[in-house]
Design a protein around this ligand. Structure first.
Ligand code: UT7
Length: 333
């Protein structure tokens, strides 16, 4: 079968409020110098109160639909990736669907955190290649700023994460010009779930929400930064090598590498490990921080906007995050 999945539309949306490292210095014992040196982040976006993940997802979806030049009524499936849904349940897939007025098409929620976008892309790719769906809206969005600890005890996490969204329209492509998603590879190791998680509220506790919980601060995300850093630096290059080998490609064939934007030091280590020159690596963490599931599609959308993507380019995506989950994807543009 020659059918492949191609991206026919893409768009991103970030909330307008810019929060600089200097703004965070006023809230906690941190410094612009520490944040820049340790992560490469200069600023990130935070939503205004009352704006939810599904709102950002909706805005990004509208841009993607416009860019694909389709009517929204042509969309036949929504796939939404986030770790920060507006509510514990249902997920944002149905909220995006309702905001777009697209009932009763299916809406799938993907919960694979930083790898959420590539996991979602993999799911979409299967549906498109089998012919089950013809115009899928894939949206990845996060609002993380509303559940971070802005006191000294939360400074390791609060400075890293930001809010944002991006969306794609995915369609079948039957021509033999080599374009489309060439492969996706998904990995996970649940033995490390507690290295990066939001532990509470948990259904293991009855009742799951107590006054004691508010004192423990366990409802804020926790990360064993060093362990995550080490594994991210190793697993992303590994996933890229597997993907290249699968497609009979060499590192020199890669036109653009778009790693999940978790920390610019991790990005540089991934590039160094793979021997891919930094000119071919997309790095925008300085503007947005870590936007988890949204980071790769925001970077892809910006790369296209900036004219960095040319017809025939081999684009490699890779992610690592909570779970642990990690993944890679190869596209020919
Ligand atoms: O997207 C999911 C995947 N996420 C990631 O891949 C992130 C992985 N981890 C990291 O990016 C890094 O581990 C961090 C940026 C989180 C931390 O960098 P680090 O070089 O590993 O720093 P550290 O944890 O060793 O901390 C060094 C020091 C500590 O002080 P002491 O114990 O040496 O006195 C921290 O308390 O820096 C301190 N520190 C801070 N200082 C100023 C931690 N956070 C801050 C802060 N401002 N915001």
């Amino acid at each position: 079968m020659n059918r492949r999945t191609i991206i026919t539309g893409i768009g991103h949306f970030v909330p307008p409020r810019v929060v600089t490292n200097f703004d965070l210095e006023k809230l906690m014992n941190t410094s612009d110098e520490w944040i820049r040196q340790r992560s490469g982040i200069v600023e990130r976006r935070h939503v205004e109160p009352g704006v939810g993940t599904s709102d950002l997802a909706y805005e990004a979806s509208r841009v993607a639909i416009r860019s694909a030049g389709i009517e929204k009524s042509e969309i036949d499936l929504i796939i939404a990736a986030t770790l920060s849904p507006d509510h514990y349940f249902p997920g944002i897939g149905v909220q995006v669907q309702a905001k777009l007025g697209l009932a009763p098409i299916g809406a799938i929620d993907i919960r694979n955190q930083c790898s959420g976008f590539i996991y979602a892309l993999s799911v979409a790719d299967q549906y498109v290649r089998t012919g089950a769906h013809k115009k899928i809206l894939l949206v990845a969005a996060e609002v993380q700023s509303t559940n971070l600890d802005y006191s000294d005890s939360g400074r390791d996490m609060a400075v890293l994460f930001g809010d944002g969204a991006a969306a794609l329209i995915l369609e079948p492509h039957d021509q033999n010009d080599g374009r489309g998603i060439l492969s996706t590879h998904l990995f996970a190791d649940g033995r490390h779930a507690s290295d990066l998680w939001l532990e509470k509220p948990s259904c293991l506790d009855k009742p799951c929400v107590t006054e004691e919980l508010a004192r423990t601060k366990k409802f804020f995300p926790y990360m064993d930064g060093k362990n995550v850093f080490k594994n991210a630096s190793e697993k992303m290059p590994e996933a890229v090598r597997i993907a290249l080998q699968h497609n009979g490609l060499k590192v020199e064939d890669v036109s653009l590498l778009i790693p999940h934007q978790a920390n610019d030091r991790i990005t540089q280590m991934v590039a160094h490990n793979l021997k891919i020159p930094l000119e071919k690596v997309i790095r925008n963490i300085h503007k947005y921080g870590n936007t988890t599931a949204a980071s790769i599609p925001i970077a892809l959308a910006e790369s296209i906007q900036e004219g960095r993507v040319k017809a025939g380019d081999i684009i490699v995506l890779t992610a690592f995050g909570s779970g642990y989950t990690w993944a890679s994807a190869v596209l020919r543009w």
